[in-house]
Design a protein around this ligand. Structure first.
Ligand code: GDP
Length: 138
């Protein structure tokens, strides 16, 4: 079990002025930020990041949304990071997300759902490597 996960604050939440609120929830839940950057994905980069979903009907919508504005990408550290962070962000569809979760508070829809959280240790590593080189990730 790894103690790191990867997150993005998605364009809807950045646009809504919620970077600070979301980082505060992340910190309050006991996660330490070990790498972070404010950036914007091209359509091609978003397509690559979400390649596993390329056969899904929402792939075009997803990659356009994710490249449509700036995001914050970060690597987070905590014991049991992947599972605990999935719990903190809540269900993919905010209508089904539990009270107190980030998506319940800040997400508007299943597509524009405020935050990303890795779904496995393996993907946390792949996704962190997608955004951060060794120097940027102490
Ligand atoms: P996650 O692991 O909770 O982020 O959910 P998934 O891995 O199933 O989907 C990845 C991302 O694709 C979600 O966070 C949404 O941004 C997007 N997504 C999932 N389902 C839909 C959908 O039905 N419509 C749209 N437009 N986007 C979706």
């Amino acid at each position: 079990m790894s103690n790191r996960t990867f997150t993005m604050i998605k364009p809807d939440a950045v646009r809504g002025g919620n970077i600070g609120n979301i980082l505060q929830m992340i910190n309050a839940a006991g996660f330490k930020i070990v790498a972070m950057k404010y950036t914007k994905l091209s359509l091609e980069q978003a397509g690559k990041f979400y390649e596993v979903h390329n056969a899904r009907p929402f792939y075009g919508e997803l990659t356009e949304f994710m490249s449509g504005g700036p995001i914050v990408a970060a690597i987070l550290e905590k014991e049991n990071a992947v599972a605990d962070f999935r719990k903190l962000i809540g269900a993919t569809n905010p209508a089904q997300a539990e009270e107190g979760t980030i998506r319940k508070k800040y997400a508007a829809s299943v597509g524009e759902n405020a935050v990303h959280g890795s779904d496995s240790d393996e993907n946390a590593k792949i996704e962190g490597d997608f955004f951060f080189n060794g120097l940027e990730r102490p």
